[in-house]
Design a protein around this ligand. Structure first.
Ligand SMILES: O=C1C=c2cc(C(=O)O)[nH]c2=CC1=O
Length: 513
């Protein structure tokens, strides 16, 4: 969450987190790369607009008005420079002066060849075991951040992948209200509100960036898992991808996969909640996963259908009041999976993103733990691809993204917790290829017809057919009539002729011969 340089007593006391880019003349001489025009140290901007009614403990949580409980000065970078000391480039830009455009392609995991699969799995594992070069995590609340002696900042190193796990945990953790009091759970800075899509987008961008730096490969892109193929199996649970099922324990990963060796972070959630501590970088047990194995909840033993994605993309309004998990006709609540795929809110429904999580039935299905299972990355890149397609189709219409009264953390201008330097939800509400330097290689399913549409089409078709039959019948009658009329004058002539010849009443036999 914070740069290592800022995890000091001085930095915390001053509230300033503006590390040097290149301290030529000693510490503090090139804050934010000011000497080369990369950026400068400025006051942090926070969103003071009111949040929604779900959170009732204002003043009790370090995540309110993020990040000013910790720091009120940060780097603001110029042009395409970015990062905690303006030492890197904004997404979509690269090169020493951040002037070269780049585009990273995020591909379907199943389309990777054997070598690409091996490289991706190895890269994830390297991220799991490599200490984050820049970031450390707080292991105590602000109140206790200086440690028992008041002089020992409570921060820890953490690996690149575990930071990804920790950031998600920190955004969903309950509010500690004091020893002996129940922690407050009606708070979630990354789910059940409009920031669901923007928060997870930035979360992935940050992991992708960290992995690019680790691999020294600026073209590295995170793949995605299309969880809505219409098959109710985990098709990426193979030993050369996310790991097959163990033959010895249905809820473990096969030992042929490196992921069977991964250990889970942030397991002791009850301890954190009762003691008021924060998850640290200590790992616990193995990843648990039992796809489609939740016999007690048959509803989550299936995955979404392609049609569900198509329907969700038809919901044209980004979000609707109360901007929460009970919003109806909201694209965000539909892709998050609290509404049915057509957008109608139904408390009994789990669809799309939520359904994919619950289908995993284990570590990946519990919000405080889910990123420990690497499937999380791929599930969320696909969810982000759906969001990006929505942004493209509806010209990134932000008008229904609320500026105020969204659940805490979810207002449009709120800085997303616990990212550093501060970044707002607003900044992620842009089409990715043009603004963030990545795109998805994906084909979207066409929408099947609704029953009402099918009935309308059937009625119109029937009416057209009836009209054609009537027109044809009228034609036949007319042709027949014309034919009859053609014969009529001959008979009339004959009558005329006979009457001329016989000058009296012709017998019937005479008249027809
Ligand atoms: O990790 C997650 C797990 C989830 C479970 C649900 C649910 O709908 O019950 N939602 C989830 C979101 C997650 O991010």
């Amino acid at each position: 969450q914070f740069p290592r340089q800022c995890a000091t007593v001085e930095s915390l006391r001053s509230g300033m987190c503006c590390p040097d880019y290149f301290p030529v003349f000693g510490p503090g001489t090139d804050r934010c790369g000011v000497s080369t025009g990369r950026g400068r140290c400025v006051q942090v901007t926070v969103d003071w607009r009111p949040h929604g009614p779900q959170y009732i403990h204002d003043g009790r949580d370090d995540r309110e008005q993020w990040p000013i409980r910790f720091f009120n000065q940060t780097c603001r970078c110029s042009g395409n420079f970015s990062g905690y000391n303006c030492g890197s480039c904004r997404p979509g830009w690269s090169g020493p002066t951040c002037s070269q455009r780049i585009n990273i392609v995020r591909r379907n995991l199943l389309d990777l060849n054997a070598e690409e699969r091996r490289r991706f799995v190895n890269a994830l594992h390297q991220a799991k075991v490599t200490i984050h070069p820049d970031i450390v995590i707080a292991t105590r609340r602000r109140e206790e951040i200086f440690g028992p002696d008041g002089n020992t900042p409570q921060f820890e190193n953490i690996s690149i992948y575990n930071y990804f796990v920790w950031a998600h945990y920190y955004s969903v953790r309950k509010t500690f209200l004091g020893t002996g009091q129940q922690s407050f759970g009606g708070v979630d800075f990354s789910h059940e509100g409009p920031a669901f899509v923007t928060w997870h987008r930035y979360h992935l961008l940050q992991l992708e960036r960290d992995m690019q730096n680790m691999l020294q490969d600026p073209t590295f892109g995170l793949p995605y898992w299309n969880f809505a193929t219409g098959q109710n199996t985990c098709d990426i649970c193979l030993d050369d991808l996310m790991g097959a099922r163990s033959n010895f324990d249905v809820s473990l990963i096969s030992q042929n996969s490196i992921f069977s060796q991964w250990r889970v972070l942030c397991e002791s959630v009850e301890d954190y909640e009762t003691l008021g501590t924060i998850c640290n970088s200590t790992e616990g047990g193995p990843i648990r996963r039992n796809p489609a194995g939740n016999v007690a909840r048959p509803m989550v033993q299936r995955l979404p259908e392609p049609e569900d994605v198509a329907q969700c993309l038809e919901v044209g309004v980004f979000d609707t009041p109360p901007f929460y998990s009970n919003s109806t006709d909201s694209f965000r609540n539909t892709v998050e999976g609290y509404s049915d795929p057509s957008g109608k809110y139904d408390p009994a429904v789990r669809s799309l993103h939520n359904l994919a999580h619950l289908f995993l039935n284990g570590t990946g299905g519990q919000t405080h733990l889910s990123p420990n299972d690497p499937i999380f990355v791929l599930l969320h890149t696909f969810t982000d691809a759906v969001f990006d397609e929505w942004l493209r189709r509806y010209s990134a219409d932000i008008s229904t993204y609320p500026l105020e009264n969204a659940p805490i953390g979810h207002n449009r201008q709120y800085n997303m917790v616990p990212f550093w330097p501060p970044v707002t939800n607003n900044e992620m509400f842009v089409t990715a290829p043009e603004n963030l330097g990545y795109s998805y290689e994906v084909e979207w399913p066409g929408r099947a017809l609704h029953v009402t549409e099918m009935i309308t089409i059937a009625i119109v078709t029937a009416l057209v057919l009836v009209a054609i039959i009537f027109a044809a019948a009228a034609c036949i009658v007319r042709v027949k009539k014309n034919k009859d009329e053609l014969h009529q004058p001959l008979l009339t002539d004959q009558y005329q002729h006979y009457s001329d010849d016989y000058d009296g009443i012709a017998t019937p036999s005479q008249s027809v011969v």
